[in-house]
Structures are given as C-alpha cells and as structure tokens.
Design a binder for this molecule. Sequence first.
Ligand SMILES: C[S@@+](CC[C@H](N)C(=O)[O-])C[C@H]1O[C@@H](n2cnc3c(N)ncnc32)[C@H](O)[C@@H]1O
Length: 156
Amino acid sequence: MRVHLCVVGRLRAGPERDLVDDYLKRFDRTGRALGLGPARVTEVDDRKGGGMAAEADLLRRALPSGARLCVMDERGRQMPSPDFAQRLGRWRDDGTQDLAFVIGGADGIAPDLRAEADMALSFGQMVWPHMLVRVMLTEQLYRAASILAGSPYHRA
Ligand SMILES: C[S@@+](CC[C@H](N)C(=O)[O-])C[C@H]1O[C@@H](n2cnc3c(N)ncnc32)[C@H](O)[C@@H]1O
C-alpha cells in the first residue's frame, strides 16, 4: 500500500525536513516486508489569494485516483498509536493500493474536501503548524510499521 502525504506549503531545508526525511526512510525500510510503503510527500502551493478552495483544487489534482483519503484535522478522531497501526494494517489487508493523508495550509482544509475523506485524524484539539504535523505524521507512520512488525520501537 503506497502512502502519500499531500500537503499545502513548501518545507524549506532545516530540522523539520530532516526529521520528515528520516522517518520516511525508516517507514519505507520497516514497511517493505509488511506491504506498506513507499511513502512520498507531494507539496502544493499555498494560495494566499484563493484560500482553501484553490488549495483544495490543487490537492485533489495531487491525489492518486481511487486513493483512500485521510484528512488531518484537529476536530477529527484521536486514536492510540496501536489503533492507528491496526487501521493501516486493515486498509492494507482490504486491498487499498494508495492511502493519501492531506495536511492543510494556514486556513485549514476546505469543507467539501474534508467531507470526501474516509477518515479525519486528529493529533489533539490544539492546532499545530503544518510542518510539525508532517513530522508527527511521518513519525506515527514509522511507529505504526514498527508495531505491525513487532519491533520494540513502541514501548508504551
Ligand atoms: C496551521 S493548521 C490550520 C488550522 C486552521 N486554522 C483550521 O482551522 O483548520 C494546518 C494544518 O495542520 C493540520 N493540523 C493542525 N493541527 C492539527 C491537529 N491537532 N490534528 C491533526 N491535524 C492538524 C491540519 O491539516 C491543518 O489544516
């Protein structure tokens, strides 16, 4: 199951991008034997003039056709890491070929795109900057792969 992170905004070189690259590499390595990955980031421009609707058009074009869609949203569903891992495993076992996560820009994700999603996932009720959400999501993907692989990275 290929994993796509479709995100609004460009992440400049720096510590956040280094972390994202590192977790993506770890996810790909751990996920390979499990039928998970590769995971890739697709960035679309933020549209200060056009706002959420213009960004939603760009995001839709970036989504692989038929992809299962999970939007990142502070109003979404919170879940423990093992549940997230089981959810990924179930989607993989259901035959999902492409799983896409969408991270919005400064204004968030357009309501019509949110309504199309299979799931809205929350990292808590606080609003985080998109670059941190990228780091957190790639870490959780790696953690999920580690849990499914039975490796000791996740100890809680
Ligand atoms: C700076 S936030 C935008 C928040 C925007 N003001 C809103 O009301 O939706 C950028 C993106 O990061 C993601 N995000 C921020 N906080 C989040 C959280 N607690 N859980 C999940 N995703 C989050 C969402 O995809 C959001 O669109």
